[in-house]
Each structure stands twice: as structure tokens, then as C-alpha cells.
Design a binder for this molecule. Sequence first.
Ligand SMILES: NC(=O)c1ccc[n+]([C@@H]2O[C@H](COP(=O)([O-])OP(=O)(O)OC[C@H]3O[C@@H](n4cnc5c(N)ncnc54)[C@H](OP(=O)(O)O)[C@@H]3O)[C@@H](O)[C@H]2O)c1
Length: 317
Amino acid sequence: MTSKALTVPAVALGTWAWGDSGEAGDGYFGSRLSASGLREVVGKAHSNGLTLWDTAVAYGMGRSETALAQALAGCHRGEYQLSTKFTPQLAGDGDDPVGDMLEQSLDRMRTDYVDLFWIHDPADVARWTPSLIPLLRSGKVKQVGVSNHNLKEIALADQILGEAGFRVEAVQNHYSLLHRSSERAGILAHCREHGVRFFSYMVLEQGALTGRYSPAHPLPEGSNRATVYNGILPRLQELTDRMGAIGKDRGASAAGVAIAWAIAKGTTPIVGVTKADHIDGVVRARGIELADEEVAELEALADAADVDTRGWWENEM
Ligand SMILES: NC(=O)c1ccc[n+]([C@@H]2O[C@H](COP(=O)([O-])OP(=O)(O)OC[C@H]3O[C@@H](n4cnc5c(N)ncnc54)[C@H](OP(=O)(O)O)[C@@H]3O)[C@@H](O)[C@H]2O)c1
């Protein structure tokens, strides 16, 4: 039994920030999102062929999945793809914590299958990976991937799935101009060689690489992302200015250039869109081809900024 090759749009859309919506106000992102605004995001995304939605129970303890389902209500299930995750740290104590977490996600998302199901982090690869096999066999999960796994952990997960006739179809890691550990560790090359899709998350560094935020206009006060990024914004200025200039010639913003860079590197960015006009930015980015010299120049400026944006949940690769 082998899974069908994974076909997905050139850019996936992320909904971690959507887990902030409906709550008191400033959560991880400090975003104030409305149900009607998110419906508008979905409508615009789908009409532009952007139909793959990434979420996780961990994003607002189910609130992101719920907000996504509300925004997708009325769309035909065959029109879009859902990607969600098993987060080992949130495992229950039943006989099948992976299956249980999936069932709860299916419930919240009002569906009976997910297109992509991930092990969110490599807490215990040998323990959790086998639980994916019955979910693949049942059809509740179409494809599986691993997130935040290093090369050795990817190989172990692939071996476990391989024994049952399946495989790791996709890898999802933090990969941006500022954080290229997966490339340095050979994970991008491994994915290229084996026809495994590499999904890059946080290509915009949660807003810090969009050009919209600067020392004069910092990320929303009180949010977690402000704590992480506001202190380093001055060191990013030269890079984001150059990204803005490269984008300007193509009618795009710095954010568009960050997304185009991730595509140029052979990855599928997962962009955490929160507003309908972000979709316009993604569509423009999808059409940009960066020259090799531009890629090299941006990477040199990113290295010169000398910042460490590894997330608190991430290991060294
Ligand atoms: N597997 C994992 O461990 C893991 C970890 C992190 C993320 N992810 C996935 O990857 C997705 C992306 O990461 P992320 O959401 O944390 O951060 P991100 O995509 O780097 O940045 C998202 C922020 O950038 C701004 N933005 C988004 N699209 C834009 C555009 N086109 N133009 C200008 N600004 C734009 C928005 O800020 P404003 O709202 O302030 O405008 C948004 O909140 C997540 O949503 C999640 O699905 C996975």
C-alpha cells in the first residue's frame, strides 16, 4: 500500500494567529481577527487557487481549528485541503492518543478526513510514528508528514512508515532568510533527492520580515511575537529595506520577496495570513522569480544581521 504523491499549491496558508481570534485580545500574535474578516481571507484565497490550510490543536488549544472551520463553512470540502497536527506534549492518556487527537480535530473542523497529518515535533519518534499507520489505512488521513524533525528523526519515521507501505510525504520546519538550519543540516537536499515536499514555516518571521514592522512601528505590544522580535528589529532594517527595494520593481512588498525567496529555494512556504490583502501579496509573490544574485545578496544581508530566531519549541537541526 503506497500513498499517492502529494499535490499541493505553491504556497500553503497558516492559521496559528487565528487561534488568537475570539479571545480577550492579545494572545501569541496580538492580532484582533474577526470571523467576517477570516471568511474574506478564505474567499480570496480560494479564488486564487490557495486552498491548503495549515493548523494545529496547539494553536489556541483548538481555537484555530474552530475559527478555520467557521471561515470555511459553505465551501465544498473537495475545494480545499486541511493540514493539522498531533502535538505529543498534548497527548491524552487513552490507548490511542494520536487517533484521539485526530478525532477531536476532525470534530472541530467538521470533517471526516484530513489531507495532511503531522507529528508536530520529535518528542519520541519510535513511540508516536506507528500510530499514524492505522489512520492512513482508515482514510481519515490522506498523507503524513513530520515537523521539527532532524535528518535522523525523519529517516526513522520514514523507516517505520515504510515497513507498512507508507512514507513521510512531507517535512515542515522553520525556514526563513533568518533561519536556514534545515538547509545547513542537509534536510532540504534530502527532501529534493527523495521527492519529499519541504514546507517552510515562518518565512515572514511572524511579521518581522514583512517590512511593515520597524523600530518606529513595532509588533503589537504585549504579544509573544513582540517579545521575541521587537528587540532585533533595528538589526533587520538593512535586510528589509533591500527586500522592499527588490519587491518594488515587481509591484511587491518585502513580505512578497520573503515568500518568493522560499519558493526560489524549492520549498513550499506556509504563510500565516490574517488579512484579505495578505492574499494579494501571496499571489504577487507566487509570480516573482528572484535571480540567483538576488537570493545570494539577501542571504548575505540576513547573515550580516546575525540574529537567532530559533523558536523556543525548536531543537538545533
Ligand atoms: N510546525 C510548527 O511547529 C509551526 C511553527 C510555527 C508556524 N507553523 C505554521 O506556519 C504558519 C506560518 O507561521 P506564522 O503564522 O507563525 O508566521 P509568519 O507566516 O512568518 O508570519 C505571519 C504574520 O505575518 C504577517 N503577514 C502574513 N502574510 C502577510 C503578507 N502577505 N504581507 C504582509 N504581512 C503578512 C501577519 O502579521 P499581522 O497580522 O501583524 O499583519 C501574520 O500574523 C503558521 O500559521 C502555522 O500554520 C508551524
